[in-house]
Design a protein around this ligand. Sequence first.
Ligand code: SF4
Length: 281
Amino acid sequence: MEIHVAKSAGFCFGVERAVKTVYEWAEKAEGPLYTDGPIIHNETVVNDLIARGIRPLAPGEIPPPGSTVILRSHGVTKDREEELKAAGLTVVDATCPFVARIHRLAEEESAKGRQIVIIGDATHPEVEGILSHCPNGAAVIKEPEEAEALTFTADAKISVLAQTTSNRNKFDKIVEILEKTSYDVHVLNTICNATQVRQQEAEQIARYADGMIVVGGRNSSNSRKLFEICREVCRNTIFVGSVSELTAEWFSGINILGITAGASTPQIIIQEVQTYVRTEL
Ligand code: SF4
């Protein structure tokens, strides 16, 4: 069996930076240290931090005075940041610069009086954070059909932003629909480059592979999108959290195997999957 592992599999720049920030603060924080929710969608990393006494805060939880709180790579809402600062806590912002840029763009476009349309998942914390930077509100859509159903006045001026991990193919379809309307449409493709490269490479491998493994956390939205993309071109695609979910039977009949992983999947987990397929089958 030939094995093709995507070069872009694993931690992206923003996740790497956020995880590094936590480990650095573990050395220098004077009081208790927390992350505002799990620092990444990966149990191995989160459990390692818990073992070091660094616990993720529950939604809305305020830790004791003297604590330090690290904000995650996909950012938080303005209210949450202000609430933590108002409680007198040390707030360390590990928001990825690409996400922070969307916050700025949302504010600038809103200030011009334009209607904001965000392509993304309304329940994802990154989108909630972006929404909080839209003082006049925003429409959040995920599917092309939702773009068809948008109703603004015929001369509306709309600015389109995207969650950094959006599916590029869906983004293009939605933009195509919006550009056919009478609206004045300004498109800001804010899907991050790391995501685009990862999705393109995954799709490319999945097109010629007979079997494709996507490794990622259950709650990782970018990993699920990778799965979606690979599945469209290779029906024999599976999504696993770790090597323990693989079974030898699944590999029967596979001549070319592709492996990719989401932005929050540590190298060690990708390595374990590779070792399994190279040595155990
Ligand atoms: S996927 Fe892109 S935007 Fe999101 S954390 Fe990684 S580098 Fe930053």
